[in-house]
Design a protein around this ligand. Structure first.
Ligand code: SF4
Length: 226
């Protein structure tokens, strides 16, 4: 099985807790990004190191949903030309709810994306603001609805639980019933503050627990199928 991961290293704004590699959005770099990926794929093809076809393709980041759908489609076309895509390939894109519209999600679906992973993180506006996220809880719900309307039946949402101002309990209560959970995957990450990111100091000056909680529930992922 061969998989392709494409890291889209741009974000509108750096979330203070984030350790992933990302750069501030630069419009001309973003515009040139698909051609760089395609050139790299061409190079790898000539090296003959991989056996196609790809069973999975994952656009991660950073914020891949800053790419316009036609750029995503172009990369996929060339990946198919150079290595092939399995007929049942899972082709995922990470999306920040603050960067999508109904039309854009429709465009991704048309470009060949068949799974979305939304960086929701929380359905509490106060927590979202403290996490430095650019979206609100309402925008996350709307993005989820748009995804369903665009034809995505496989949608995931990343969630963070046990934030410093939340009790260290399992995250199920934050899965708001307004989400349609059929065929949805919710990877959930326990907040474990490290001294490195600047957020803990900002969280609630003087009251943030910088150590991982001892009574943290051992939950890393939940899947909901109908
Ligand atoms: S949007 Fe995602 S990748 Fe970008 S800084 Fe925030 S958490 Fe990190």
């Amino acid at each position: 099985m061969t998989s392709l991961y494409i890291h889209v290293p741009f974000c509108l704004r750096k979330c203070p807790y984030c350790d992933f590699f990302s750069l501030p959005l630069n419009a001309s770099q973003l515009e040139g990004f698909p051609q760089l990926v395609i050139a790299h794929l061409e190079q790898e093809r000539h090296r003959d190191r991989w056996q196609g076809p790809f069973s999975t393709v994952f656009f991660g980041g950073g914020t891949p949903s800053l790419l316009p759908p036609r750029a995503v489609g172009l990369i996929l076309q060339h990946a198919d030309r150079l290595f092939g895509l399995s007929r049942d390939a899972e082709i995922s894109l990470e999306a920040n709810p603050g960067t999508v519209t109904a039309g854009k999600l429709l465009g991704y679906h048309g470009a060949g994306i068949n799974r979305l992973s939304f960086g929701v993180q929380s359905l509490n506006d106060r927590s979202l603001a403290r996490l430095g996220r650019i979206h609100s809880a309402a925008e996350a719900r709307l993005a989820f609805r748009w995804a369903r309307q665009a034809g995505f039946d496989n949608v995931g949402c990343d969630l963070i639980f046990a934030l410093p101002d939340q009790p260290p309990k399992a995250p199920w209560p934050i899965l708001n019933p307004s989400f349609s959970l059929a065929r949805s995957i919710f990877p959930v990450t326990a907040w474990a503050s490290s001294p490195k990111p600047p957020l803990p100091a900002r969280w609630k000056r003087g009251t943030c627990n910088r150590r991982p909680r001892r009574s943290m529930p051992k939950v890393s992922c939940c899947c909901m199928n109908d």
